[in-house]
Design a protein around this ligand. Structure first.
Ligand code: ZN
Length: 64
């Protein structure tokens, strides 16, 4: 039985951690991670870097 309690608390901690991350995302603090493979936008002559938030999956593109 103690095992079950332990598992539940671990799961609860993980949920709390995720909730904290989503709160950060909603505040605009995303955890950006560049996606593999960069595109080059010929029309604008700039390097287009695509990044995705590890937590909520939102994507953004940056022109450099
Ligand atoms: Zn995010």
């Amino acid at each position: 039985m103690s095992n079950v309690v332990k598992l539940n608390s671990v799961r609860h901690a993980r949920l709390q951690d995720r909730a904290r991350g989503v709160t950060l995302c909603q505040s605009g603090f995303h955890k950006w991670k560049p996606l593999a493979g960069q595109r080059f936008d010929v029309r604008q002559g700039r390097l287009v870097t695509t990044e995705r938030c590890e937590r909520c999956g939102v994507e953004r593109t940056i022109l450099t």
